[in-house]
Design a binder for this molecule. Structure first.
Ligand SMILES: Nc1ncnc2c1ncn2[C@@H]1O[C@H](COP(=O)(O)OP(=O)(O)O)[C@@H](O)[C@H]1O
Ligand SMILES: [Mg+2]
Length: 605
């Protein structure tokens, strides 16, 4: 994925971080985790307490069995006193049932906790990415932002749902078991502790190896996804240039790489699991052997030996789950790192701290000594000044890359100038209240996006409380009513349903209606008629006269015919205005515009 690096640390999904960067990223993740956990502190404590108590109940079993065999049962055999035995059995049942019920409760508490955290995080990611400025969205590819909301959230959920439970309860259970074993028979406890050394080595080997394999698998799986998404997004170009066969081969290679790396990870488990079993068996055998010798000597009773063996077995049983968890832990930390990166990204175009209200804008736009570049090393608009009086219709022409759209984006405050200021009615756009800014300045671009919903909903975007009559009037004003009436359900047609699909030109007419309904003081059209055919454009031009009356307008047009309705024409070149006059004057002169216009006239005949 190639993107420009204008964003901060989250700008790239890299793996070659310096030590300081890694530390900052870890801190960032922890901060996020902290902020997620704080609101659910109480539930977290409850879950912890329930877990500790239930674990205590669960580890009581073998000790009770030992007592039963060594003390209660002899009483029944020798004195026909069944009372102790019944007592032990009853106690065993009670602890078993209590432990089980508590675990059931714990599962519910933990699930509620997880879901609360997930809900919070999911909403935060959406709200935050939506709030981020255009600069972020232009550099952070949509594929990456989608994985933040989908696969990253999934790995975090997996960790919280399963992995973390396994680890915490596994460690707790192991710890309690070891303590009980030391209490029941300390010598077996020592054997288990000594066998802990090969166990630790084995776990460490598995952890480091799986980390390597896991990282590889993540890189390869990302490649598989990117290849797939890229091919499908560019499917028209793929088909037009017959790239299918090459794609098939390339995708096949990536997919088999992915299989290979998955095989390696499975092989790793194939070594780890038998290793774990071997360590467990040896430990049990040693405990049994040493315990057996002591039973023969009369140093310990049979019940104690049985309890010791049971404890050793129980100690090993959750370890496999813990190992499984290590992988989900890794993917979750990676996900948390990336998500926290997005969440800590600040909007480059921040809302004003002390917003200035502008209840009725007149539409006087000024650029005061503005300089602007998308990155520090390349200035697009050097020292730019421009005054557009309220109500003027300005046509902006110039070659591709001259900076016309950039100028439009500055007026709409999608970006802020690096130096100087852009003002509306004398108010710096940076201090203008966002609601006033959005109401006063509307930009219509080539890319007329329709959201799911009806045609009427889409027009009403410009004024959410508009009545049906107002919507119709707006459509009529821009000449969109004719085609809308012909749609299967007219204004109520769903734009995503079959039959509701509209052409690029029709989409533009809808977005004009949207702008008309919004009724802004300043209207910017950035090549907004590019997808229209000549008759529709003629029609739009009539409509434009109505649309532009009484408001400031900046029209960036690639067809020079549009220029006719302008009061003033600006010719732009390399971020500067090189000609600025009334259209008649420019056409009559001998400058750049006159030549362009002459060439255009010729192309028409
Ligand atoms: N998002 C962006 N990031 C970096 N550079 C950009 C971006 N958008 C435009 N540019 C650069 O700014 C210059 C002016 O672009 P633009 O204003 O879109 O030109 P025009 O609309 O006149 O064709 C171009 O050289 C282009 O490469
Ligand atoms: Mg442009």
């Amino acid at each position: 994925m190639s993107t420009t690096t204008v964003t901060g640390t989250s700008g790239e999904d890299r793996s070659d971080y310096t030590r300081a960067e890694s530390k900052a990223i870890r801190k960032r993740s922890l901060r996020l985790l902290g902020s997620l956990v704080t609101p659910v502190r109480a539930q977290l404590w409850l879950a912890a307490i329930v877990l500790v108590v239930s674990t205590a109940f669960r580890v009581a079993g073998p000790a009770l069995i030992a007592f039963g065999i060594d003390n209660a049962l002899p009483a029944a055999v020798e004195e026909l006193n069944w009372l102790p035995t019944i007592g032990v059995v009853a106690l065993y049942l009670v602890t078993g049932i209590a432990g089980a019920s508590l675990i059931g409760w714990y599962v519910v508490v933990a699930a509620r906790l997880t879901q609360a955290i997930m809900l919070d995080l999911r909403k935060r990611i959406f709200v935050h990415t939506q709030r981020l400025s255009l600069e972020f969205h232009e550099s952070y590819t949509s594929g990456r932002i989608i994985s933040r909301q989908t696969s990253d959230l999934d790995s975090i959920r997996e960790l919280l749902d399963g992995g973390l439970n396994e680890l915490v309860s596994g460690i707790l259970y192991g710890g309690f078991t070891l303590v009980m074993l030391l209490l029941v028979d300390w010598q077996s406890g020592v054997i288990l502790a000594v066998m802990g050394i090969p166990l630790l080595l084995l776990m460490r080997w598995f952890y480091t190896r799986s980390q390597v394999v896991y990282r590889e698998s993540r890189v390869v799986s990302a490649k598989v996804i990117v290849k797939f998404v890229e091919t499908m997004t560019g499917i028209r170009a793929v088909k037009a240039f017959r790239k299918e066969v090459r794609n098939d081969r390339e995708f096949g290679e990536l997919a088999s790489d992915y299989r290979n790396v998955n095989m390696r990870s499975i092989q790793l488990f194939g070594t780890f699991e038998p290793g774990l079993m071997a360590v467990a068996s040896v430990t049990v055998a040693l405990v049994l052997l040493w315990g057996g010798i002591r039973v023969v000597d009369g140093a310990i009773e049979v019940g104690v030996l049985l309890a010791a063996v049971l404890y050793v077995r129980n100690f090993f049983s959750p370890l496999q789950e813990v190992a499984f968890f290590l992988n989900s832990y890794q993917s979750a930390t990676a996900a948390l790192e990336k998500v926290s990166g997005v969440l800590e990204e600040e909007p480059t175009v921040p809302d004003p701290v002390k917003p200035v209200d502008l209840w009725t804008a007149r539409g006087h736009v000024r650029f005061d000594d503005v300089s602007f570049g998308y990155s520090k090393d390349r200035v697009i608009l050097p020292d730019f000044s421009l005054d557009i009086p309220a109500g003027q219709t300005v046509a902006l022409v110039g070659t591709t890359g001259a900076g016309k759209s950039t100028l439009a984006k500055l007026v709409s405050r999608f970006y802020d100038p690096s130096e100087g200021r852009v003002t509306l009615d004398g108010v710096d756009l940076r201090s203008l209240h966002p609601k006033d800014l959005r109401r006063a300045i509307v930009m219509v671009t080539q890319e007329a996006y329709l959201f799911s919903g009806t045609v009427a909903d889409n027009i009403a975007l410009g004024k959410p409380d508009a009545t049906m009559d107002e919507i119709r009037a707006a459509a009529r004003a821009v000449g969109a009513d004719a085609f809308i009436e012909r749609l299967p359900d007219g204004y109520a047609t769903d734009v995503n349903k079959r039959g509701g699909r509209v052409s690029a030109g029709q989409r533009q007419l809808i977005s004009f209606a949207r702008a008309f309904l919004a009724d802004p003081a300043v209207l910017i059209l950035d090549e907004a008629t590019a997808s229209l055919d000549i008759p529709s454009e003629r029609q739009i031009q009539d409509a434009l006269q109505t649309l532009l009356a009484d408001r400031t307008a900046i029209i960036i047009a690639h067809r020079l015919s549009t220029v006719a309705i302008a009061d003033r024409v600006l010719v732009m070149e390399h971020g500067r205005i090189i000609e600025d006059d009334a259209p008649e004057e420019l056409i009559g002169g001998d400058g750049r515009f006159a030549r362009l216009h002459a060439a255009w006239r010729e192309s028409l005949v």
